[in-house]
Ligand binder design. Structure first.
Ligand code: HEM
Length: 185
């Protein structure tokens, strides 16, 4: 994945736990790169290795890290350098989710080697939507759950995100029901 992803893991760890812990995570992952370059593509195993090492060093379950990373990605990383891209994608959470299937097409203009996730929407009503997530990369559904919660927080919308299909349990893709407004009462 692009360096910006690994750099965002570095920020997540450093901001919440300090630079010493980040050094320990890098050591544990066996990574000798001093600084990740945002626009360089790195092998996926580096990103997975960092998450596993962070889980061990911080003594937190991998899923907790992936969820926190999803929220952090939207609220910190994306909002930091790519705020215009985010605000062009929707005026509120439902509009943003409608647009999400096309979102990474714009991202790919900046990152030509991007291997983006694929999202589809269905069963859209005024207070709910089903998001379908497809990727060749394994184990990222909790990251997506964190991302979707991050989008709700970004738009200050009270929402409930519930995973309803699980690729790692035999379904052909992961699926999430997102509810808001009178659908959460
Ligand atoms: C401005 C905001 C965003 C930028 C710049 C961005 C960029 C990226 C980049 C660079 C990657 C790594 C893929 C690669 O290097 O091949 C990625 C992966 C991913 N992005 Fe985004 N992204 C943004 C927002 C979002 C949002 C809002 C969501 C979902 C709500 C999302 C979902 C994902 C997922 C799930 C992956 C993991 C790749 C996979 O599943 O195969 N991204 N994105």
């Amino acid at each position: 994945m692009y360096g910006m992803v690994n750099k965002a893991i570095e920020d997540l760890v450093t901001i919440n736990f300090g630079a010493d812990k980040w050094d320990a995570v890098k050591r544990k992952a066996g990574i000798e790169i001093d600084a990740f370059i945002t626009n360089d593509a790195y092998p996926d195993c580096i990103t997975y290795g960092l998450v596993t090492a962070a889980s061990e060093v911080l003594e937190l379950p991998v899923n907790k890290i992936l969820f926190a990373f999803g929220e952090f990605w939207v609220l910190h990383t994306a909002q930091g350098g790519y705020g215009d891209l985010l605000s062009a994608a929707g005026r509120d959470m439902p509009e943003f989710l409608d647009y999400l299937p096309s979102f990474h097409i714009r991202v790919a203009l900046m990152f030509p080697h991007l291997k983006p996730p694929r999202f589809e929407c269905s069963d859209r009503e005024s207070n709910r939507i089903t998001m379908h997530y497809y990727s060749d990369r394994p184990g990222l559904s909790v990251f997506v759950e964190g991302l979707l919660n991050g989008v709700a927080k970004l738009y200050k919308t009270a929402a409930i995100v519930e995973q309803t299909r699980f690729k790692d349990k035999g379904d052909d893709h992961d699926e999430f029901l997102v509810r808001w407004g009178d659908a959460i009462t």
